[in-house]
Design a protein around this ligand. Structure first.
Ligand SMILES: Nc1ncnc2c1ncn2[C@@H]1O[C@H](COP(=O)(O)OP(=O)(O)OP(=O)(O)O)[C@@H](O)[C@H]1O
Ligand SMILES: [Mg+2]
Length: 356
């Protein structure tokens, strides 16, 4: 019988650097975001002159380059000046005031036990350490809309460290929802609004350039055509001007060609994987969830088309209601579940369903 690995071939005909399609890959050149990069740099520049940086809120639809642009600029900033250090937090993983402050404390060398410490103590310890730190922290709170209403005091903690404790802190909050600020307290909002940037959806032409550039980095020159680039960017354009969708389509198409041991991605490869790209992005999100999130998703999935009332979810999960409410907010922001208010006598009761 012929050897299966020999049949598969050496596999190396499509991807020059498959890592360029990994979610954590940060492109060296951010395409078509020059003015946003400049604005971010302008807001952060005071750090290099020992002055206080402006706080920044960035909002925009999924896949508009918010995360990669911020990471790119912070990389450049820390290379340019030794006066700061950056801490990137995805609020999916750090959704509470306690977890965010603990993580920052850890960054300056203080270990905080997970239990038995009050959040204000954590804050005090952090402040104490930052007073002696020689560098200004720049804190990125990505997916900031996941931070539940009752945890939004964290913005106040960070933004008012100058006034309250004489500590400079740079804050960059990134969110999908332009309205997220409306849930913040006025006093927080007014300090957050120093610099407010919208990342607009990419046009088809911009997406084409992004895909073309990534293909150049990740694929062998003969492994794709301009038509393939156009199809992938076109699909991203149709799905919300989303670069992630366009790039994932190209990656999956590449995998499909590789599976057949071919040396070129065809139009048919792209067509064949179109149906699975949106689903695979959703799956990626689900894989990033922890045990509690998954348990909640399973409970909601179990309820089927009729959905399940929030109160019933609370009673099924053996955690305090506040924690579960926070997680529901996160799952909703991620687009995995959806909630509708019950009309009539239902009050604030909401019914949760899996989002299709
Ligand atoms: N201008 C760009 N140039 C090159 N690559 C880009 C650009 N914009 C986005 N990308 C790529 O597209 C993908 C999605 O970008 P990114 O993660 O920054 O989007 P986002 O706005 O943070 O989305 P979300 O709101 O879903 O978090 C990443 O792989 C990123 O490298
Ligand atoms: Mg992002």
């Amino acid at each position: 019988m012929s050897n299966i690995f020999r049949q598969l071939g050496d596999g190396g005909k499509i991807f020059k650097n498959e890592g360029a399609f990994a979610p954590e890959y940060i492109p060296e050149d951010i395409v078509k975001r020059e003015s946003e990069i400049k604005e971010l740099a302008f807001a952060l520049r005071p750090i290099s002159e020992n002055r206080r940086p402006q706080s920044i809120v960035i909002y925009g639809a999924p896949g508009t380059g918010k995360t990669c642009t911020v990471k790119h600029v912070l990389g450049q900033l820390t290379e340019y000046t030794s006066r700061c250090f950056s801490v990137y937090l995805n609020c999916w993983n750090y959704p509470s005031r306690f977890s965010i402050l603990s993580r920052l404390a850890e960054e300056v060398g203080i270990f905080i036990p997970r239990r038995g410490v009050a959040v204000d103590e954590v804050r005090a310890e952090l402040v104490g350490a930052l007073k002696h730190a020689k560098k200004v922290p720049v804190v990125v709170l990505d997916e900031a809309d996941v931070v539940a209403d009752e945890e939004q005091e964290i913005f106040y903690d960070l933004l008012r460290m100058k006034e309250n404790d004489g500590i400079d802190v740079g804050v960059i909050a990134i969110t999908n929802r332009g309205d997220v600020l409306s849930q913040l307290d006025d006093r927080v909002r007014s300090s957050l609004l120093q610099s407010f940037m919208e990342f607009k959806r990419y046009s088809p032409a911009e997406l084409k350039e992004i895909v073309r550039e990534r293909a150049r980095i990740g694929l062998f020159p003969g492994a794709y055509t301009e038509e393939v680039v156009g199809m992938c960017s076109g699909f991203g354009a149709k799905n919300g001007g989303d670069a992630r969708v366009a790039l994932n389509l190209l990656w999956l198409a590449g995998r499909s060609a590789e599976k057949d041991a071919r040396d070129e991605i065809t139009v048919d490869d792209v067509e064949a994987v179109k149906g699975s790209v949106l689903g695979s992005l959703k799956k990626e999100k689900i894989e990033s969830l922890d045990g509690l999130d998954k348990q909640i998703v399973e409970i909601i999935r179990g309820a089927g088309e009729d959905g399940i009332k929030s109160g019933e979810i609370y009673s099924k999960v053996e955690r305090n209601e506040r924690t579960v409410r926070m997680r529901l907010g996160k799952l909703e922001s991620m687009g995995l579940v959806e909630a509708v208010f019950l009309g009539g006598g239902g009050g604030r009761t909401r019914v949760f369903k899996i989002r299709k």
